[in-house]
Design a binder for this molecule. Sequence first.
Ligand code: PBG
Length: 333
Amino acid sequence: MHPSQAPFPATRFRRTRQSAQVRALVQENALTVGDLIWPVFLRDGKDVVEPVASMPGVSRLSVDNVVKAAREAASLGIPAICLFPYTDPAKKTEDCAEAWNPDNLSNSATRAIKDAVPDIAVMTDVALDPYNSLGHDGFVVDGKIPNDETVDALVRQALSQARAGADIIGPSDMMDSRIGAIRTELESEGFKDVMLLSYAAKYASAFYGPFRDAVGASGALVGDKTTYQMNPANSNEALRLVERDLREGADMVMVKPGMPYLDICRRVKDAFGAPTYAYQVSGEYAMIAGAAENGWIDGQKAMLESLMCFKRAGCDGVLTYFAPQVARLLQDN
Ligand code: PBG
């Protein structure tokens, strides 16, 4: 026991839990709408809302509908929306050229949102998987993912996103040296204010399954991502990666997935004090939303609890598919 703590009965912890008012007074952390980044899935077409089977309540949206969604998110006070394209399989190739097409789905959506909804930040994803006929985040050569050639492609992709107006670029590919390479290119092309939110500690996780369905990458993926994403058994390595990415010019860092990796969030925040985010990934969402749909848990409470826990673990914010739902709840309360 801490020396400042008097023994029972002088100290009774239940005194400060006796009413909602007192519980509010002693509450250590808070979840607010300002903590939310909303990941959304894009697809081509007009007025399309296409449900993702493995993520109840989540749909792929055409650009016109994503603009509406962004407008609603902004009106709820959500600070940022994060775009993930479902690419027409006919546009997926081994050279992944669609990734830096200035008019690809992600860039078109970025421009449309920046034009119509000035008061929401647009975050984009840097990785080749939505455009790669082999489903990997990098090029595939003789069954391997070459690091340095992939980084050159990621730099082109990031630059095309900056040109389209992205505010925050999120490299999710886990290649070595890509933060430094992208930062150098952005500076030399005059994009001095474009932020980099590095997926610094991204684990090779089974919890990404529904996302790969949502972006149409699951059927395509040959092998797994264990030669570039982290081993879930490691924790010191996460700190080394975060340190590396901050030194290379990341403004913010992410831990991904979220809930099974809260110890990593805490270590990262304590070690560096940098803006730290967790990604509550598709599998985490599906577990809560799926169980709730079956009446096995109270979905609203589980959602709020899971998000509060990220704040307690030291995160400054969370990427969550629940963002608009949470924002509405927080507004009503
Ligand atoms: C790929 C990418 C993934 C996610 C975001 N970007 C999947 C993967 O690494 O295979 C996962 C997000 C989620 O599961 O919600 N660059």
